[in-house]
Design a protein around this ligand. Structure first.
Ligand SMILES: [Zn+2]
Length: 376
């Protein structure tokens, strides 16, 4: 009797366990689909920049090729659900794993494998740049933020170089990095710029760190998503160069533009300063300039500026306090977070990691950009 009861009990337990597993699998599938649908392809160069240059193209050929780049970007954006998080089933590992592929100017991903982890440098410099930049970003997250790769579980860092013909962009597609070569007139390449690479890989970090599958790529949460990538793009660059905050250039994409086209994509120190960036840069640095329905790469100037103010107030090296505070804040955000939510989360994170001095520096920074209103 006891035995029978035991069996029944065991059977019930087994059935319960099975039901729980099925339920969990269904939940996971729902969650993955939700993330897949939401997760965008994040380009480093916004369409507005390509349009700006297309409108001013010297020849019909140049204009056509710029418009083709916009069209390709739009087309790729439409394919975003193909490259969702569901495709990632990483084996947990504590080692760095980089894999570089060559698309040979085609649009098929990932392309031909040309360099794996630990392999000697390739003859192609772009391959080595992509390999080294991914390595610097991995080491930063590992040594400074104690994070094992993008997903925190040792995700393999895949990159494809020489994507399409003279492609004026680089992007993270939810699964891997992809670099165009640039047309030589506006852009001269992307893989050598550590801030560009760290920016793109940080989109992956955000995707995995903000509970609920990342920050929705639209409105203020989208601008925050962009800003967080700029923040760590700049911090990783400063870390690599051993620069203190007062020595850093606070530019994003310095060196990727052809000299006649511009100096950088964005300035965190002075958003919208076209003398430091490019002629059509319209980023606001304060809520007074917030663009309703603006591009996520436009309004990101506001939270970028807040990070700059916080890092300057804290002083020294940005990866010691300001960077870890912003990183910690990711876990306190939700997918639809606003700038005000980010102000609250970073202030809270400063208190969790440090003390009232850092909290004040962070909340003052958000006041300086008009996100937290100054007391009258
Ligand atoms: Zn981005």
């Amino acid at each position: 009797m006891l035995l029978r009861r035991g069996r029944v009990c065991n059977r019930d337990r087994a059935a319960d366990a099975l039901a729980a597993l099925e339920h969990e699998a269904m939940n996971r599938q729902d969650k993955e689909e939700e993330v897949m649908n939401r997760y965008p392809i994040c380009f480093i160069v916004p369409s507005k920049l390509l349009r700006h240059f297309a409108d001013r193209a010297a020849s019909a050929d140049e204009r056509t090729s710029l418009l083709a780049a916009i069209e390709l970007s739009e087309h790729l954006r439409g394919q975003r659900s193909v490259a969702g998080i569901a495709a990632l089933t990483p084996a947990q590992t504590s080692e760095e794993r980089r894999t570089i592929f060559d698309a040979h100017h085609q649009k098929r991903l990932p392309g031909k494998l040309v360099r794996g982890e630990g392999a000697p440098p390739a003859a192609d410099q772009t391959v080595n740049e992509a390999y080294d930049s991914a390595g610097t970003t991995y080491q930063f997250y590992r040594e400074i933020l104690r994070r094992n790769s993008i997903d925190g579980r040792g995700l393999r860092l895949d990159s494809t170089v020489h994507y399409a013909q003279k492609f004026n962009n680089a992007f993270w597609n939810g699964r891997q990095m992809v670099y165009g070569d640039g047309d030589g007139k506006i852009f001269v390449g992307f893989a050598q710029a550590i801030d560009v690479v760290a920016h793109e890989l940080t989109h992956g970090v955000t995707q995995y760190s903000v509970p609920g599958g990342g920050l929705t790529y639209d409105g203020q949460s989208g601008a925050l998503n962009e800003s967080i990538s700029d923040v760590f793009g700049s911090v990783v660059k400063q870390w690599k160069l051993g620069q203190t905050v007062d020595k850093a250039d606070w530019l994003i994409g310095e060196g990727i533009m052809a000299p006649g086209a511009g100096k950088a994509l964005r300035s965190m120190k002075n958003p919208g300063d076209t003398t430091q960036t490019w002629a059509g840069d319209d980023q606001p640095g304060n809520m007074s300039g917030f663009v309703p329905d603006g591009d996520v790469h436009t309004n990101s100037g506001i939270p970028n500026h807040a990070f700059y103010f916080a890092a300057m107030a804290l002083g020294g090296q940005s990866w010691k306090e300001a960077g870890p505070i912003w990183y910690k804040a990711l876990s306190l955000l939700t997918p639809d977070a606003t700038f005000a939510d980010a102000a609250a989360a970073t202030t809270q994170a400063a208190g969790l990691l440090f003390s009232t001095k850092q909290q004040k520096a962070v909340s003052d920074a958000w006041k300086q950009v008009g996100v937290i209103l100054q007391a009258a």
